[in-house]
Design a protein around this ligand. Sequence first.
Ligand code: NAI
Length: 287
Amino acid sequence: MAGVEGRVVIVTGAGGGLGRQHALLLASRGAKVVVNDLGGKRDGTGAGSQMADQVVTEIEEAGGAAAANYDDVATEEGGAAVVQTALDVFGQVDGVVNNAGILRDGTFHKMEYAAWDAVLKVHLYGTYNVTRAAWPHFREQSFGRVVMTTSTSGLYGNFGQTNYGAAKLGMVGLMNTLALEGKKYSIGANAVAPIAATRMTEDIFDEASLEKFDPAYVSPLVAHLCSEEMTDSGQIILAGGGNYARVAFSQSAGASFEDIPTPDAIAEQWDTITDMDGASLGMPFSG
Ligand code: NAI
């Protein structure tokens, strides 16, 4: 199995937590890894080179190939610089794992613009910035793998995380269309929704769960999504604590009207429209 052997894969936010595990595993399977990390705190403040450097050292000591990058994915220049590191050091780019993330939680009632903006910038714009810079190279070489790191907070909602949830489901929206536009060029785009004990989740996991939700459980999935064998695109996979499952949008059989209905007619059919018995995978209305 070719897997990721010889492939150049960028992992953003790879200085700790899930990204570090992804980088270590990808490198151990023969990928050349760009370890990007801004090196800041959980809320996105601060910066430093130590986190990325440490992971690069770990990879190199284990006999793998890696290069550090400390750019901020939240800016267009930062995203371009991350991809440039892959080109400068390894001469190509084959995959982008969009993993960098921050938290600025608070109920919507208290959500200040700065907290909204900062979270959207890192997760959604960060994903755009790095993926957009890699995209022409993927097209040119007719190969590319994009991995989104979404979250149950976006897929299902989570109290106090409107900014984070919006960004995380935005990444899925981006993925859906990348999967369509990338198909012709053998570019795959898939998403992982992880559940892992990291500094991001340190407030919610107790001692017993720390081991169960080792972030290393998520990385084999990410490596598979980056592999040559991965021909599926547009999939969302939930992964944590050794469980892996697909999440998909589904659509009810619904109700149809010959003529433009009145609001009252919609109200009358509401139970039928929202009845998910016999629902199927979501598809746009045709015709
Ligand atoms: P983490 O805080 O350990 O990792 C995030 C990394 O991203 C940090 O090393 C940080 O320095 C880096 N980073 C932050 N902003 C950056 C920027 N602008 N540019 C470059 N690097 C930046 O947390 P964790 O849990 O490993 O998170 C990884 C990803 O997984 C995030 O996108 C997070 O939202 C997502 N996630 C994690 C879950 C979990 O259960 N741990 C659940 C759902 C999603």
